[in-house]
Design a protein around this ligand. Sequence first.
Ligand code: RIB
Ligand code: CA
Length: 327
Amino acid sequence: MPPRGHALWLDCDTGLDDALALLFACRCSDAELRGVSTVAGNCALDAATENTLRILELAGAGRIPVHPGAAAPLVAGIPHAREVHGIDGLGGLAGQLPAARGRPRPEPAAVALVKALRAHPGRLSVVATGPLTNLALAQAIAPDVPGLARQLVVMGGAVGVPGNVGPASEFNLSADPEAAAAVLAAPWPIVQVGLDVTLQVRLGETEAAALEATPTGPGRAVPLFCATALRAYAAAYRRQDGDGRAPMHDPLAVAVALNPSLVRAAQLPAAVETAGALTRGMLVADRRVLARPDLLAGRRTIQCCLDVDAPAARSWLLTTWGAPPGA
Ligand code: RIB
Ligand code: CA
């Protein structure tokens, strides 16, 4: 069956913003979500997998295959983000979701990713919104797959802004630095969607209220869940940094995969630090090349997102989740 839109595969550690990203991908008419793989990160692997199944059920997309992946980083990582996503990964909301009729597929994430990329050479965009362990395992068992992806959008890192789990370290890359370093060293066509842009797209009570204003009817369940998830995520950030609005890290990564005109990006040499006592997990992107193109000579680069049209991203996310136009 020809895809109705941009073929996507999400690899996620289904926490609150991953859930919002999944719902965006399921409801966006530009997207064709082909499969999901799960990884431990925000929460344990089993919770991330169960959350994914329930979110897909909520979206009426329970037929989409879900492949559990890595329960731990390749070498060492950091604790689950319970202070933000709670023990269940969804801020205590998991129990409010309909039970999933689907079950996890027996094929592990790395194998399923390899098969999907080989089946659709050049046509599948992978969006990674958790630690990169599954991607690292996929390229280890099949070194040909990085060259088969249409793009690999990585929600992770920080180029010119502070980290969120350390002075320079962002959660997804710090949760498995060895995997992140291996993936960035492989020839994936990487688009890096980091804190430089995701922290500019923050939603809170205004947007939650707009989602609740959606007309009564069967399609109301998704916008209502999005409103509740937004409030839970925003409350966690209020506790952390006093800003009562939650950054749309993972939903923005999916939006950028579908519409790169939302961001301004630059091709930068980049790698992930794995040995630094203070900087382990840091994305080291060489912005000197912006003024000194001669420094690019022979170096692999990735697309690093440096700025975003935040109002456009906000509006697209809200209307796709079900808020009335103009919210
Ligand atoms: O740093 C933000 C990232 O870490 C997001 O993907 C969030 O879900 C957490 O996984
Ligand atoms: Ca995530």
